[in-house]
Write a protein that binds this ligand. Structure first.
Ligand SMILES: NC(=O)c1ccc[n+]([C@@H]2O[C@H](COP(=O)([O-])OP(=O)(O)OC[C@H]3O[C@@H](n4cnc5c(N)ncnc54)[C@H](OP(=O)(O)O)[C@@H]3O)[C@@H](O)[C@H]2O)c1
Length: 327
């Protein structure tokens, strides 16, 4: 079967399309024919592994998992003897982070890593949801406790988390300010953003506007800078960004809560927890995934280039195979 592997650390040039042995499912696994897979920041950081922490996660000298790709959508081909939830032919999607293997025609997954894909959702739309959708839900609702009528700001809103987060927040009745580069602001307004800030010309923490909640995908400032843009009881929630800034949030968070009513929180992704919730929002018409490009397996390096240069809008998705063709 065809798969995209990486054999060393670096940019998109370390990716190669090769033939590998087909995986065979263990007793607790499901074999999935992959129709679509999306690119995540986690794939990029494992492959690019510039920092020691990234290398530790990817296993120091050489990559442990040769095939990246966590967010997949496809059809169940066969199941191990202990699998009860799925049978051959089921359309599924989910986040395989930790095991990876999605940039391939077939992949094995554990039962808890998959959910049923709604019939009206395309495989590409399904592959765009797992990581970004879970981070948006867990950031806005679980950690952020967003309430109707509140003022929300999303920093780095033009990618996967931000485009889902914006749509969810609008459906909850929030007033949403989005921060990203000028090229992405029109798309975000079409998705319902009330106010836009171009981070290349303005620093939202200096505009004097206070928000009940800030959802951050970039975390490129000290936590104290963000406090300036929060109301007295405001919450700052980060889903990711620079490791040193995240560490500052971890250390400063309890200290800030001691001396004020403001909160600083970090989302630790709970993979696949809210797949059914996202499916419900999709079926109701509350969210429509924003998909940038439909690349083929051969074009995975180009897809990573687009992602690495942050030229993408929403999610970068790879179409691996046509679901209409026989397995
Ligand atoms: N917490 C966890 O357990 C966990 C798990 C997995 C992933 N993550 C993290 O979750 C995040 C994923 O977010 P995502 O998928 O939405 O990322 P994304 O698709 O890369 O989107 C980020 C957006 O931020 C914009 N941006 C870049 N620099 C900016 C700046 N200085 N100010 C404002 N916006 C800026 C980018 O566009 P331009 O460059 O064009 O402006 C892009 O539109 C990543 O940080 C990832 O590491 C966390």
């Amino acid at each position: 079967l065809k798969a995209v592997i990486y054999t060393g650390y670096g940019g998109p040039e370390v990716l190669q399309l090769v033939k590998v042995e087909p995986p065979s499912p263990g007793d607790n696994e499901v074999l999935v024919k992959v129709f679509a897979v999306s690119v995540n920041d986690w794939d990029w950081s494992l492959m690019n592994s510039k920092t020691f922490a990234d290398r530790l996660m990817a296993q120091l000298s050489k990559p442990k998992h040769r095939i990246l790709g966590s967010d997949i959508a496809g059809r169940v081909v066969s199941v191990g003897k202990n699998i009860t939830k799925f049978t051959a032919g089921d359309a599924v999607f989910g986040d395989l982070s930790g095991a990876w293997g999605g940039f391939a025609e077939y992949v094995c997954a554990k039962e808890h890593q998959l959910g049923f894909k709604p019939p009206s959702m395309s495989f590409e739309q399904a592959a765009s949801i797992p990581q970004a959708g879970m981070l948006a839900v867990q950031g806005l609702i679980d950690k952020g406790k967003l309430a109707k009528g509140e003022k929300l700001l999303i920093n780095g809103a033009g990618g996967g988390v931000g485009t889902f987060g914006l749509q969810i927040a609008k459906s909850m009745g929030a007033e949403v300010t989005v921060v990203d580069s000028r090229e992405k602001l029109g798309m975000l307004q079409e998705l319902g953003a009330d106010h836009v800030v171009d981070y290349k010309t303005q620093d939202f923490t200096l505009l004097g506007k206070k928000h009940n909640l800030i959802l951050d995908t970039k975390t490129n400032r000290s936590p104290f800078r963000y406090l300036r843009a929060l109301t007295n009881t405001g919450r700052y929630v980060t889903v990711g960004g620079s490791l040193s800034r995240l560490l500052q949030c971890l250390l400063a968070g309890p200290f800030i809560s001691l001396f004020s009513k403001k909160k600083v929180r970090i989302v630790a992704l709970k993979p696949n927890k809210d797949l059914d919730y996202m499916s419900r929002l999709f079926n109701e018409g509350t969210i429509l995934p924003v998909i940038d490009g439909r690349y083929t397996l051969e074009e995975v390096p180009q897809a990573f280039s687009l992602f690495a240069e942050a030229r993408h809008k929403g999610k970068v998705v790879i179409t691996v195979a046509n679901p209409e063709q026989p397995t």
